[in-house]
Design a binder for this molecule. Sequence first.
Ligand code: HEC
Length: 217
Amino acid sequence: MKKLLSALLIMCVPVFAQAAGPAVELTPAPINKDDKVSLQRGAQIFINNCLGCHSAQYMRYERMAMDLDIPADILQKNLLFTSERVGDTMKTAMPTELAKKWFGTVPPDLTLAARVRGSDWVYSYLTGFYPDAKRPWGVNNHVFPDVGMPHVLANMEAQLGEKGFKEAMADLTNYMVYMAEPMRAERERLGVYVLLFLAIFAIPVYFLNREYWKDVH
Ligand code: HEC
């Protein structure tokens, strides 16, 4: 009994450890990974506003365009910077040394951010900037205290209003979740073929099986 109790206790430790972290309320991200229009909007916001400082070096433009049904001409015209090719990964133009000087830290690669932090965290972060005169950029963040990132979407927020901005941030979060698992769409597509193959393959196997056992019975 004692052993059982201590085993149970040990199993609970990680749960307690997590619960002991700082209590920030996360807002559930209202995202739908099957909503291609939302993902396309998110991709556009991401490429136009985030790659100035962050990279997403495991994501290729080509792959994104294919998964999200973005036509080649729109990719070329609206989403690629002049020097980039469709096969490139999403790099940033920000030199590391300058970033350190300006922000005190290097903006991290964002390819996997949504998987590391979770979609609710990312959504809460993007919607969590608030004015704080004591900080170098005049802003702070509810889920990332004393963050080194400026509120780069402040203009967008002013333009869209609260409701519109939250929708835009949901689209952006949706895109970041997709990006953190770029093979997902591919796997789901393959899954259908695999099931179809198995279903078709089952027919000859069934008859072959019957043929083999015919004489045994
Ligand atoms: C002007 C430069 C700049 C731009 C533009 C920028 N960021 Fe950042 N971002 C930073 C810096 C610097 C940090 C690191 C903050 C820190 O460690 O204090 C950061 C941190 C983050 C983090 C937290 C990463 C983590 O897990 O610790 C996320 C998420 C993020 N940025 C998302 C975005 C998104 C999405 C955009 C586009 C809308 C964006 N950033 C645009 C500078 C920038």
